[in-house]
Each structure stands twice: as structure tokens, then as C-alpha cells.
Design a protein. Structure first.
Length: 448
């Protein structure tokens, strides 16, 4: 008996140490079993307490009365599948007639407490089927992306969501994005993590860093063009617009709209073109956009209007030409002058790190996801990299970027420097670095 008690005590101590120091290991060894038992044993009572049950059908009540049997109990949603993951459990439920997915979403916080989980999030898979993603521990405390993540053309992982899923930046689905956050909120780490992931893609990187290049110029080996002041940025944006117009002429030439051409082969953007004709896509990263919008003289005001209008044109027209915007700043409101709100309306993906006031949060989410404003102002100071992300669909989620040091990002850019395209028309803005590899020659877009 003594050795049995000693073994139980040793296992309990080991479980406590793992839960404190290595929550992922604790979950995979002890937590997943305990959580599965809690969910299965408490399921019916928890669903009844949360109001997620429906009365039995009339035919069952009639049979019970005729057979003089007890009245059937209310029915909870059917468990279709219970699947453990490295961060929690995925519970797929089949709703009963009369139940709604919104009722399940409204009960997520009560389900979290009842099942003793760290977090519960729901989403509707299809009509009548809801999936609950339950996390067993705080996955955003020590962010580690899974070893195997999806990386496809113009789709890269950038953060981890609070439900344990990977958060991706998919440019072909949502081409333009806005990222805001105060100083030391993790905005720069988010940006350099994005650059490190894009460095391995067949994509051209163009940067505008008006802080004299301190953020983006260390990554210069992977950039096809860089500007470190507002005057150079204005000229670079003009070159981007000229490139965009040239790409549109190429698409017009290769549209293939004759009567004998199948509809699927008609070109409307660069992704419909044959591989040998497709221009390289361009991701434009703007660091601290307010520096482009501020002015103190008449000449600077003219330059500012030129820059903002160029950005607005790229946001409105650049997607089909393969030009995607990543705009960063501490604030992005109407106080930056005319044209700013028009530009913001074109940036469908919004990511907000810690901000100093509710007004800044409203600038990001007030027009697309008002519920995310409160979550943004509640981000603690001691959690750099924690952010709220949302898009034009109205949904939002809490994410955190894994810490990527500047040295790690520089090494990634240097390792993939041979993928840097040599874009025609951008020679004046190519960063002056010692060549470490041969540049990829990209043909100039043909004109009609």
C-alpha cells in the first residue's frame, strides 16, 4: 500500500510540475484524458443548465403516457465527434430541431466554466452542425506554432489564435491589411515575422520606412525596393502605379475573350495568366503611415496629398495587378487628413495591438467589428504581441505572434536573397547592399 501511495504522490507532483512549467506536455499526458472524461460525464447536465436542450418530441411523450412510463428528459445536442488536439478538444455537435447556433455561441463562457477549460469558441460548420473548439491551457502565453503548417502561394502563417488554430495571412482572399499598435505593443515583431515568412515565397517585397529605414533596411537583401523618407516614398508609389498600369495592359492583351475560348481561361487578373507571362506579385509594406500624412509646409502638403491618393489608388485597383498593401501605424484616423478614411475603407483585414485609448481601437474596428473594440482596449501592457484581428465579415479573434528577433528575420531574408526579383522601373529604389546571390530577372509587363 505504501508503494502505491508513493507512486500516486509522485505522479501528482509530476503532473503539477508539467502544468506549471510545460503546459503543452501536461495537456498531452494528463490533461486530455481528464478533460475528455469531464466533458462526457457532465455533458447532459451542463447542456441542461446552459439552456441548450429541447423538450422531447410529442410522439415520445404520447408513448410514455400510453405505456405509463416516466416523462422523457429534454434532449441535448448530439455529440457527432470528440477529437483531441495538441491544445484542447474539438467537439462537433448536431443540433436538435428548434436549436440555433447563436444559442451555443452565447453559452461559450458558461461551457468554459462548466467543463473547466481555458477557453471555448464555437463556429457553425453547416446548417445544424456546430463545432466547439476548447483549449485546455493558455496557448497565447508561450506561443509556439505547430511544426507542420500550411504554406501556399501568397498564404503564410503569422500568429496563433486563442483557440489553438494557426492564423494565416492570405493575400488572395483579403489583399490589403491595416496593423495598428502603440510603441512596444509588438507591431514591429508582427511585421518582421510576416517578412520572414514571405521571404521564402515567389514574391517581390517593397518597403516604405520613414523612420530612416531602421525597421526594414536590415532586411534589405530580400527587398526589391525601399524608401526611407516621404519624398522617396512618393516617387516609389508613382513607380508602383506605373507598374500596375503596365500589368493591366498585359492582362488586356492576354485576356483571350474570343468566342472559342472557354470561360475558365479568360484572364481578369494576374492569377489567370499563364505561368510564363504572370508578373511577380508585390507586397508593399508601409511602416508608420502617419509620417507620410503629416506636413508643415505647402510643399509637404502637396506631397502628402500625392502619397495618400497613390495609396488609395493602389488599394482600390492593385489587387488584380498583384499588388497588396500592408500598412502599419500607431493611429490611423481622420485627423491624418483627407483621403485617409477612404484608404482605410479599402483595408479589409484589421489587426490591433495594444492601444492607448478607445478612439484608436475604434479607428480599426468601429466600422467592421464593434465588439472587438472592448477586447482591444483590454490588452495588457505585459503581453507584447497580443492582438485582436478582424475582417470585413464582422468576425474577430485574439491572436499572438511568436517572438521573432531581428536577427532571425535578417537571417531568413539573407537565406532567400536569391529569390529577390529585379523589377523593371524600380532600379532607383533598390537598396544598396553587397550582392550575396543572383537576382531573379523578371520581364517587364508587355503593353498593348
Amino acid at each position: 500500500m505504501g508503494w502505491l501511495l508513493a507512486s500516486i504522490a509522485l505522479v501528482a507532483i509530476l503532473a503539477g510540475l508539467l502544468r506549471w512549467r510545460r503546459p503543452t506536455w501536461y495537456w498531452l499526458t494528463f490533461g486530455v484524458v481528464l478533460a475528455t472524461l469531464r466533458v462526457l460525464l457532465r455533458y447532459s447536465s451542463v447542456m441542461d443548465a446552459c439552456g441548450l436542450t429541447v423538450p422531447p418530441p410529442r410522439w415520445r411523450l404520447a408513448i410514455a403516457r400510453m405505456a405509463n412510463r416516466p416523462v422523457p428528459e429534454p434532449r441535448a445536442p448530439r455529440i457527432q465527434r470528440l477529437r483531441p488536439t495538441r491544445t484542447g478538444l474539438v467537439l462537433r455537435l448536431g443540433l436538435r430541431p428548434g436549436q440555433d447556433a447563436f444559442d451555443v455561441a452565447a453559452s461559450c463562457d458558461r461551457l468554459r466554466h462548466s467543463f473547466a477549460m481555458h477557453g471555448v469558441a464555437s463556429r457553425e460548420i453547416r446548417s445544424g452542425v456546430v463545432e466547439l473548439r476548447m483549449t485546455g491551457y493558455d496557448v497565447l502565453k508561450r506561443v509556439r506554432l505547430p511544426a507542420k503548417v500550411e504554406r501556399t502561394a501568397m498564404k503564410v502563417p503569422v500568429a496563433l489564435r486563442e483557440d489553438g488554430a494557426v492564423h494565416y495571412r492570405d493575400y488572395r482572399t483579403t489583399p490589403h491589411a491595416l496593423t495598428i499598435g502603440t510603441t512596444k505593443s509588438g507591431k514591429s515583431v508582427y511585421q518582421r515575422n510576416l517578412v520572414a515568412e514571405l521571404a521564402a515565397q515567389e514574391v517581390a517585397l517593397v518597403g516604405i520606412d520613414c523612420k530612416q529605414g531602421v525597421e526594414l533596411f536590415p532586411l534589405a537583401r530580400r527587398f526589391s525596393a525601399l524608401a526611407d523618407n516621404p519624398d522617396a516614398a512618393a516617387d516609389l508609389l508613382d513607380a508602383l502605379i506605373a507598374h500596375m498600369e503596365g500589368v493591366y495592359q498585359l492582362i488586356r492583351t492576354e485576356q483571350r475573350i474570343t468566342a472559342d475560348t472557354p470561360d475558365a481561361e479568360i484572364a481578369a487578373d494576374i492569377w489567370d495568366l499563364p505561368d510564363h507571362l504572370r508578373p511577380v506579385p508585390i507586397v508593399v509594406l508601409v511602416d508608420e503611415v502617419a509620417e507620410l500624412a503629416l506636413f508643415s509646409t505647402k510643399e509637404e502638403e502637396k506631397r502628402r496629398d500625392r502619397v495618400v491618393m497613390s495609396l488609395a489608388r493602389l488599394a482600390q485597383l492593385g489587387r488584380a495587378a498583384g499588388i497588396y498593401l500592408e500598412i502599419c501605424g500607431q493611429r490611423f484616423g481622420s485627423e491624418l487628413g483627407k483621403g485617409i478614411t477612404m484608404l482605410r475603407a479599402q483595408l479589409s483585414v484589421r489587426t490591433a495591438h495594444r492601444v492607448n485609448d478607445e478612439t484608436s481601437a475604434n479607428m480599426a474596428f468601429g466600422d467592421i467589428a464593434p465588439d472587438a473594440v472592448l477586447a482591444t482596449v483590454q490588452i495588457p501592457v505585459d503581453s507584447p504581441g497580443l492582438a485582436i484581428t478582424g475582417d470585413a465579415s464582422g468576425g474577430w479573434a485574439r491572436i499572438r505572434t511568436p517572438h521573432t528577433s531581428l536577427r532571425t528575420a535578417v537571417n531568413a531574408c539573407n537565406r532567400h536573397a536569391h529569390l529577390t526579383p529585379d523589377l523593371p522601373g524600380f532600379a532607383a529604389f533598390r537598396p544598396a547592399v553587397e550582392p550575396s546571390a543572383h537576382l531573379v530577372k523578371v520581364p517587364a509587363p508587355a503593353t498593348a
